[in-house]
Design a protein around this ligand. Structure first.
Ligand SMILES: N[C@@H](CCC(=O)N[C@@H](CS)C(=O)NCC(=O)O)C(=O)O
Length: 251
C-alpha cells in the first residue's frame, strides 16, 4: 500500500495514526500542500481534488479520510479474525463522521498571521495556474482548485466563519468531555480507531497554544490528552515533529 500524505496535515495524521495502531505497513510519500506539491499532475491524476491523504492499494485509490480509516479497520479485522470479516463498531463510525465534520481548516487558518496566510495563498494560486498550462487536459480540475482557493480567501474575511467553526469545535469538545467521563477512550474502554480522529485535533490546539482555552478547562479531556500522548503511535506520527513545527512556525 502507498500513502500520499504530509506530517503537518491533520487528515494525514489521522490515517497514519490508524496505520500505526493497527501495525499495517505502507510505503510513505510526502506531498507538501504548502509548497504546492499536491498540484503536480501525477498527484492530480490520482486525486482530482488535489487533497491529501490518498491511500492506494493496487489499482484501488481512496481519498476520503473517513473511508480510508474504515478500510484500515476492515483490513485489520480481517487479519485478526483469520479471514472472516467482522462488522465495524457503529460507535466508531459515528464518531469518525462527527469528528470529520469539524472545520479544522478554517479554524487553523484564522490563527495564522494574515500576512503569512496571504503570501502562501498567492503562491499556491500561481502554482495552480502554472500546472494548468503544463497539463491542459486537467484544466477543469485545476479551475475548480483555483475557485476553491479564492473561496477560502473570501471566507477568511468573514468573521462569521470563525465564529461558526469555533462554536462547532466547542460543541464537539463538550460532547467528548461527557463521553470521556463514561469510558477511558472514545468508543469504549479499549483504544478504538475513533480516537485517531480526535488526537490530531487536540495536537493542533496545543500547537496553536490554545490548550488552556480548549483542553485544560475540561478535566476528562485533559486527562485523556495526557494518556494518549504516551502512545507510541502519537510519538511517531505527531510528537516527534512538534518542536520543529513550533520553531519553523509551520502550522
Ligand atoms: N475530503 C478530504 C479532505 C482532505 C483535506 O482537506 N486535506 C487537506 C490537508 S489536511 C489538503 O489536502 N489541503 C490542501 C488543499 O486543499 O489543496 C478528506 O476527507 O480526506
Amino acid at each position: 500500500m502507498q500513502l500520499y500524505h504530509h506530517p503537518f496535515s491533520l487528515d494525514s495524521q489521522k490515517v497514519r495514526l490508524a496505520l500505526e495502531e493497527k501495525g499495517i505497513d505502507y510505503t510513505s510519500y510526502h506531498v507538501n500542500p504548502l509548497t504546492g506539491k499536491n498540484m503536480d499532475a501525477f498527484f492530480f491524476r490520482k486525486n482530482p481534488s488535489g487533497k491529501i491523504p490518498v491511500l492506494q492499494n493496487g489499482s484501488h485509490i481512496i481519498y476520503d479520510t473517513t473511508e480510508i480509516i474504515q478500510y484500515i479497520e476492515r483490513i485489520a479485522e480481517t487479519v485478526s479474525s483469520g479471514g472472516n470479516s467482522t462488522t465495524l463498531s457503529s460507535d466508531v463510525i459515528e464518531w469518525t463522521h462527527k469528528l470529520q465534520e469539524c472545520d479544522s481548516k478554517h479554524f487553523t487558518l484564522f490563527h495564522i498571521p494574515a500576512k503569512y496566510r496571504l503570501y502562501v495563498s498567492k503562491y499556491l494560486r500561481h502554482v495552480i495556474i502554472a500546472r494548468m498550462a503544463e497539463s491542459p487536459n486537467l484544466a477543469s480540475d485545476y479551475h475548480r482548485k483555483l475557485k476553491e482557493a479564492y473561496e477560502t480567501d473570501d471566507k477568511m474575511k468573514n468573521v462569521e466563519v470563525l465564529i461558526q467553526s469555533k462554536d462547532h469545535l466547542v460543541k464537539l469538545l463538550d460532547e467528548l468531555e461527557v463521553k470521556l467521563g463514561e469510558t477511558s477512550y472514545l468508543g469504549g474502554v479499549e483504544f478504538t480507531l475513533a480516537n485517531v480522529m480526535v488526537i490530531p485535533v487536540l495536537a493542533r490546539l496545543e500547537l496553536l497554544k490554545l490548550e488552556d482555552e480548549y483542553i485544560n478547562i475540561r478535566p476528562n479531556l485533559a486527562d485523556y490528552w495526557v494518556v494518549v500522548k504516551q502512545r507510541p503511535s502519537y510519538k511517531k506520527v505527531i510528537g516527534r515533529y512538534f518542536d520543529g513545527w513550533r520553531k519553523r512556525k509551520h502550522y
